[in-house]
Design a protein around this ligand. Structure first.
Ligand SMILES: [Zn+2]
Length: 799
């Protein structure tokens, strides 16, 4: 089989020619035999690569195009077009013999102008009528056919008839396969004509060879015009020299034998995002045989020997096994430095002089596509297949496919269980990054900072990692200074939350924990929420949905906790006695939060997590009794089913309480704006609801047995009273009020007045008790108990 060597760019000037090939025979058309009407009929072609004419095997036409037989009449005997460097009239036009040629009808006016001749249309016919005309090859008189080519044949340029050299062009090659045309490529590795090219042998095709072909064709009266032509032409990107297309012998891996197995395996793999399965399926089902050989000076060799004379390849199980054992010991370079004799197994050694080594290398996609074989199952801790292959979406054509094909062919299985594909990184506006636009985000600069630290601060690796987690990578993702700044803000808030936790656990030890059953309900609810979050984050990690983790962390750790539990906890932590139940129970909940949050963020924010871990103010023992020196040794937090089993009706009730708290805050805000109160502790809140069961539950909570569950602590006000009715005498002295629907069904009336009693100097809560303690006249009852009955530290440790 054959393949084409190619590369591209543009601005190349070629010597193009309009040439004519003489028709030998033509099939009958509906109105008779073409050849009888016009005995000297020719096909006119145009080519920018005259050096490919020796390899001509056919002329292709478009079956649907209209063609015309035209008589070429030179104006006033000789062409009126002046000859110059750019243009030269061929001898056949100068000869003034009657000349009939076939060109596409649409091109007649263009060609008249270009050639400076009159083209008289004698007859029109369809391209399909021309199929199977035979013409004489203009150089060696071989009989060649007119064939039907593809839609690439148009009337945009040329003559509408295409010189077909299957050895020098991909489209021509495909046409040749269809018609069984010979694939001639009389050009050697140095770009010179071979002996096969007859009189041109030894000439360089892009130098003297090209000119020699043009001159010879002109001598044979086969050229109408020669003209310089500037166009896109493939150049070698490294040497900046024009390349030539040449059909060469290559090695192919046939995919046919295992295509179905590959398609079946694709169905077993988990593709993330799911639509990726369509891309890989389409590419695998439609791919042609895999050309695995390359002509490069560097690479993994294809272990094949060729007979010096017959050029027959020698490659079988024995030779491959022998070479395999050599390469496994010495590496693939052995192929290049060892002799043929040493590379051949014993059986062939005597005939070593009959063989030479192949110099082709493997397609690099074959190398990377077989990486699974070198890694999986061969290294400690790595099993087969791989859990995950991760790459950009472009690799459906590349690595994902080459890995799949090599593995299916040899093991009958896919080398991966799941594949994650991601989009590309664009700038903040969604434009591709480029040096010339100056919109490239250098990861190193984002981490270390730029020269101007104000414009480009050093965000550290964690901020960049947080950004990676925040984006939905299934499409293209955006990054820029603004995005990084936002990430940095979020990172700092998260860090602030963790600092708060660490600071409030400074005197904590696991021995101080309050058992779950004894915890205030608000704490049990907080643990339920925490455990839900841990569970959701775990699921998101398992599904590679990192942006969901980012959203959960942002919402729960930065917004929800700060707005509610931490807000309420401050009173318990700062004002409750050091070793009091209210403080210790709160610390029990905070330590659970710290230990869970630090471990779930560790994969995304390892530096922050490790920083926290190294500063844990208490000794922590894992479930198996060991301690973790580093955060990653602490393993994933085990889900606490008990915490998750918080009763459904309680979940529902606490959601109402949270909503009610938001509404209470709104009325407090109005009272604050009206200058009734400053701090919310200066307020007393009144509640009324017609829903008897809700009213009774709220009433209970005003005097809950654990102080942490009382409504005034939850609202952070000094008092809360549930009033039994909206009787005028009950509400007339309440200056601020509002009515709200809780969960869109329970109507609750909320009132706010100034708090009763005096301000406690210690906790700033208002209480009628302030002033009633002789020793501590400025304290409330709670603070009096803390101050007057503070247990000694040694006793605290015992309790
Ligand atoms: Zn107090």
């Amino acid at each position: 089989m054959c393949s084409f060597l190619m590369q591209y760019p543009e601005g190349h000037v070629s010597r193009s020619i309009y040439a004519i090939f003489r028709i030998l025979s033509a099939p009958p058309t509906s109105d008779g035999l073409l050849k009888e009407f016009f005995p000297d009929l020719c096909l006119a072609i145009w080519t920018t690569t005259p050096w490919t004419v020796p390899a001509n095997a056919a002329v292709a036409v478009n079956a649907k195009l209209q063609y015309a037989v035209v008589e070429v009449q030179s104006l006033e005997g000789v062409s009126v077009i002046p000859e110059n460097k750019e243009k030269r009239i061929g001898n056949v036009l100068k000869e003034q013999k009657k000349l009939f040629i076939i060109v596409a009808s649409d091109l007649v006016p263009t060609l008249e102008a270009k050639w400076g001749t009159k083209l008289v249309v004698k007859k029109t016919l369809l391209g399909s009528d021309l199929e199977n005309c035979r013409y004489a090859h203009p150089i060696d008189n071989r009989e060649c056919p007119v064939v039907i080519g593809g839609d690439y044949i148009t009337t945009e340029s040329g003559t509408g008839l295409v010189h077909t050299a299957p050895g020098h062009g991909q489209e021509d090659f495909v046409t040749a396969l269809k018609y069984g045309l010979p694939i001639l490529s009389p050009v050697d590795d140095d770009g010179k004509f071979t002996e096969e090219a007859g009189r041109f042998g030894g000439l360089h095709v892009l130098g003297d060879g090209n000119g020699a072909v043009v001159n010879y064709l002109d001598e044979q009266m086969s050229i109408i015009m020669e003209e310089s032509y500037k166009h896109k032409y493939p150049y070698d990107w490294r040497t900046k020299k024009p390349t030539i297309f040449r059909a060469t012998e290559q090695w192919f891996a046939s995919v046919e034998g295992f295509r179905q197995a590959a398609m079946d395996a694709i169905g077993q793999v988990k593709w993330i995002p799911p639509q990726a399965v369509n891309r890989i399926s389409a590419m695998t089902s439609s791919r042609s045989d895999w050309c695995i050989s390359r002509q490069r000076t560097w690479g993994v060799p294809i272990p094949v020997f060729y007979h010096v004379e017959s050029k027959e390849p020698l490659m079988n199980g024995e030779t491959i096994d022998h070479i395999k054992s050599i390469i496994s010991q010495k590496g693939s370079d052995a192929w290049w430095y060892m002799t043929v004799e040493d590379l051949l197994p014993d059986k062939y050694r005597a005939k070593a002089s009959d063989y030479e080594k192949g110099t082709d290398t493997m397609d690099v996609w074959f190398d990377s596509g077989s990486s699974w074989a070198a890694v999986l199952g061969k290294r400690n801790g790595l099993g087969f297949p791989a859990d995950l292959y991760l790459e950009g979406t472009d690799q459906h054509r590349g690595w994902f496919q080459s890995s799949l094909l090599t593995c299916i062919a040899t093991k009958g299985k896919s080398p991966y269980s799941s594949v994650v594909t991601h989009g590309f990184v664009l700038d903040e506006k969604g434009s591709k990054m480029s040096k010339s636009l100056g919109n490239v985000v250098d990861p190193h600069k984002a981490i270390e900072g730029g020269k101007n630290q104000k414009e480009a601060p050093a965000y550290g690796a964690d901020v960049l990692r947080l950004w990676v987690s925040s984006v939905d990578y299934t499409g293209d993702v955006l990054i820029g200074p603004q995005v990084l700044r936002q990430m940095s803000d979020i990172y700092r808030k998260l860090r602030g939350t963790l600092r708060f936790l660490l600071a409030n656990l400074h005197d904590w030890s696991v021995g101080n924990s309050v058992s779950y059953d004894d915890l205030p309900i608000i704490d049990q609810y907080a643990l339920f929420q925490l455990e839900n979050v841990v569970k959701n984050i775990k699921e998101s990690y398992e599904n590679y949905q990192f942006f969901k983790i980012f959203q959960i962390i942002q919402r729960f750790v930065i917004v929800d906790l700060s707005n509610f539990y931490f807000d309420v906890a401050k009173d318990r932590l700062y004002v409750g006695g050091t070793t009091s139940f209210t403080r210790r129970s709160c610390q029990t909940v905070l330590s659970a939060h710290l230990l869970s949050i630090v471990r779930v963020i560790a994969p995304i924010l390892p530096h922050l997590a490790e920083d926290v871990w190294q500063n844990l103010p208490f000794q922590y023992t894992l479930e198996d009794g060991s301690t973790a020196e580093f955060v990653f040794e602490s393993k994933w937090p085990m889900l606490n089913e008990r915490w998750l089993a918080f009763p459904v009706e309680e979940i529902d009730f606490w959601e109402k309480i949270l909503e009610l708290r938001t509404e209470v805050n709104k009325v407090l805000e109005v009272a604050r704006t009206g200058k009734l109160i400053g701090s919310s502790l200066e307020a007393k809140v009144y509640l009324h609801t017609g829903d008897a069961s809700l009213a009774s539950r709220l009433h209970e909570m005003c005097a809950a047995k654990t102080e942490a569950d009382t409504l005034q602590r939850i609202f952070i006000t000094s008092q809360v009273e549930v009033i039994p009715s909206m009787a005028i005498e009950l509400i007339e002295k309440i200056p601020y009020s509002g009515e709200y629907l809780i969960q869109q069904k329970d109507r609750v009336w909320i009132g706010v007045s100034y708090a009763e009693g005096l301000k406690c100097e210690r906790c700033w809560n208002y209480s009628p008790q302030v002033g009633s303690f002789v020793e501590h006249p400025t304290l409330c009852g709670r603070c009096y108990n803390v101050i007057a009955v503070q247990p000694l530290p040694s006793m605290a440790a015992v309790s």
